[in-house]
Write a protein that binds this ligand. Structure first.
Ligand code: ZN
Length: 246
């Protein structure tokens, strides 16, 4: 990927950061062609989610916004094969290799049996065509199958991680499970806010470097689940506001 200085640094992304598809690919240094990307990097996997009406998978936000339940992916559509929506989601390919479902399932199983640390997963969510939001860093803590309309689908539990940003060295940052879950804004709220604010900073009408901002911070009791408390700010106005609060 070229032009990293112009793009978004992977380490600097904060939950709520709004990205174009290109910026998202730059942040992950990869062209993201599919929703599930097990161990895309040596230290994390990447999941893309879409909860818009008509989205193909039933991903859910639970526990007041600290947990995502991500639905596994269907079999690949083939010309003479059955409708992928009518058959069980596959654990292995026809060649016998694990699918992305299988890889994430194995990681969750290894964590649950104590063999391995929980897989770190960075989650991005589609707001609209070409517009994505970084939902944060999560840990994969469980996986199971469930019967949905007569077929088996995979479910993956992802718990939002709180990164202690007061520690400057990335390696020394303690990564703890969601004690500070407030920044995960439900999809419906994101879409309502995006529409209401016209995809622009409410202060200056900028259309790039945008963030979903809590008007009253979550730490001060502001809601993540009401559009009235969420607005779009550009990076400059986001920083100005934070300096003001400090
Ligand atoms: Zn602005």
């Amino acid at each position: 990927m070229s032009n990293r200085s112009d793009g978004v640094q992977n380490d600097d992304l904060e939950p709520g950061t709004i990205l174009t598809y290109r910026e998202m690919c730059e942040a992950e240094q990869s062209s993201l062609q599919r929703g599930m990307n097990y161990r895309m990097h040596v230290d994390h996997s990447v999941l893309l989610m879409s909860r818009r009406p008509g989205a193909p998978y039933a991903d859910m936000v639970e526990d007041g916004g600290s947990t995502l339940v991500y639905e596994g992916h269907d079999a690949t559509r083939s010309l003479d094969g059955p409708d992928p929506k009518q058959v069980d989601q596959p654990l292995v390919t026809s060649a016998g290799n694990p699918t992305q479902n299988g890889l994430f399932m194995a990681a969750a199983t290894a964590f649950l049996s104590g063999q391995h640390q929980a897989e770190r997963v960075r989650v991005y969510e589609k707001v609209r065509t070409g517009i994505w939001v970084f939902n944060g860093l999560f840990l994969l803590t469980d996986a199971w199958t469930t019967n949905a309309s007569g077929r088996e689908v995979f479910k993956f539990r992802l718990e939002l991680v709180h990164v202690d940003e007061s520690v400057t060295s990335r390696a020394d940052r303690s990564v703890t499970l969601g004690r500070s879950p407030g920044r995960l804004i439900p999809s419906t709220v994101k879409q309502e806010v995006w529409k209401r604010d016209g995809g622009r900073c409410v202060e200056c009408d900028a259309t790039d470097d945008l963030h979903f901002d809590h008007i009253i911070p979550y730490s001060a009791g502001g809601s993540s689940t009401k559009a009235e408390n969420i607005q779009i700010l550009c990076a400059r106005h986001n920083l100005e506001k934070r300096d003001h609060i400090r």
